[in-house]
Design a protein around this ligand. Structure first.
Ligand SMILES: [Zn+2]
Length: 394
């Protein structure tokens, strides 16, 4: 017996009820926690003060004006104190956010009235930005997309709220209880903006969902989550710069936020007045991340070649280990491939020009593997293309 509420017509009635509970508690060997109890009197819906209720051993104090007591974890007075509940939830959310984002956990593990709910998400984003975990000009939609779709998998409180609304309205509208049905009909007659059902209609139409009532509860939840993701993706893909990568991964088969301080970023995102958006090295093409990573002719013979050879080294080391060939180092970054290494099973050539009967312009494959017993030759060509050129290179 816990969290019990007693209702009586007047103080005398309440005294009798308290007396019963007290005797019953004694009979079953339970202590009556007077200090945790509170008394409240109301006349015609207004709180009045009629004094404490005496008990056999002590008395139950009356709540003062503005005071609340906790019932099932929520502060209540004449009813549930929504304002107090809201400030407690907000303070708790801030506390959790500070705890999580102030911790040394890496990014992927940190993740946990309409305008007010949207404000929660704004507060979360501000906290992330203050903790240097979210760039202020970064795409918001990407934060809320699941990780498997290239997002950061953060929970959007507004989406959660919308989902609850839709499920609640589905529950009410598909209920067979006459009273619930009557309530729904009444809600339909409310002025459009005020009823739950009309709010749900707005949310459902913004998500382009139809025939919501035909869904099973489980299916509906999945459908709403999918529609919310689809909406996020479409908004993100419409963004000229942030959406570039997402449009690409949707049409075919990686930092996508474009927040490195390239000239294009300075001009198009930060709107800094700069003279040219052409690459500072080659002065030929726009200075974007894609260009710096894999499109600049000045970097091609130096940095790109070095990167290409590094990838080749990893491959060469793994081949050498697999076929038990002598290796100079255990780690790929210390590994210096020799032009020719062989044993009784295989021969591996590294960046070795091959003589052919017929003229072949590319006669210097990165790695050539001769399988002696099987009399087979395997050529390895390494390429490090930009995301958008992967298919062409393949
Ligand atoms: Zn360049």
């Amino acid at each position: 017996m816990d969290d019990i509420k007693l209702f009586a017509r007047d103080d005398n009635g309440l005294r009798t009820l308290v007396d019963h509970v007290e005797r019953f508690s004694d009979d079953i060997g339970m202590q009556f926690g007077y200090q945790k109890c509170a008394k409240l009197s109301a006349r015609r819906g207004k709180l009045i003060w009629t004094g404490p209720v005496p008990t056999l051993e002590s008395e139950i104090n009356e709540l003062d004006y503005g005071q609340t007591y906790r019932y099932l974890g929520f502060p209540e007075a004449g009813g549930i104190d929504h304002a107090c509940n809201k400030s407690i939830i907000t303070a708790e959310l801030h506390r959790h956010l500070k705890l999580v984002w102030g911790s040394l956990l890496c990014g992927q593990f940190k993740v946990k009235t309409k305008a007010e709910i949207a404000q929660f998400d704004v507060t979360v984003r501000k906290t992330l930005t203050a903790a240097k975990s979210h760039h202020p000009r970064s795409a918001i939609e990407r934060l809320y997309l699941p990780r498997k779709l290239g997002g950061r998998g953060l929970l959007n409180i507004e989406h959660l709220y919308h989902r609850r609304l839709i499920l609640l309205s589905h529950h009410l509208q598909s209920s067979r209880d006459d009273l619930v049905q009557a309530c729904c009909e009444l809600m339909m007659q409310f002025p459009p903006r005020k009823s739950l059902l009309s709010k749900v209609d707005d949310v459902v139409s913004s998500l382009l969902l139809t025939d919501v009532l035909n869904y099973e509860v489980g299916q509906l939840k999945t459908a709403v989550i999918a529609a919310q993701r689809k909406k996020l993706q479409s908004v993100l893909c419409d963004k000229p710069l942030h959406g570039k990568f997402f449009t690409f991964i949707q049409s075919s088969t990686i930092d996508a936020d474009q927040v490195l301080c390239t000239r294009v970023y300075q001009a198009k995102i930060m709107h800094t007045p700069i003279q040219s958006i052409l690459c500072r090295l080659c002065q030929e093409q726009e200075e974007t991340i894609q260009h710096i990573l894999s499109g600049c002719p000045v970097l091609a013979p130096t940095s790109y070649l070095r990167r290409h050879n590094m990838v080749g080294r990893v491959l060469h080391l793994h081949l050498s280990k697999s076929f038990k060939l002598p290796i100079s180092a255990k780690c790929w970054y210390d590994h210096q491939p020799l032009p020719v290494v062989e044993n009784e099973i295989v021969k591996v050539l590294w960046d070795f020009g091959l003589y052919t009967d017929v003229h072949v312009s590319s006669n210097r494959p990165d790695i050539v593997l001769f399988l002696k017993k099987e009399e087979r030759i395997i050529f390895f060509e390494v390429a490090c293309p930009a995301d958008i050129n992967v298919l062409t290179k393949e």
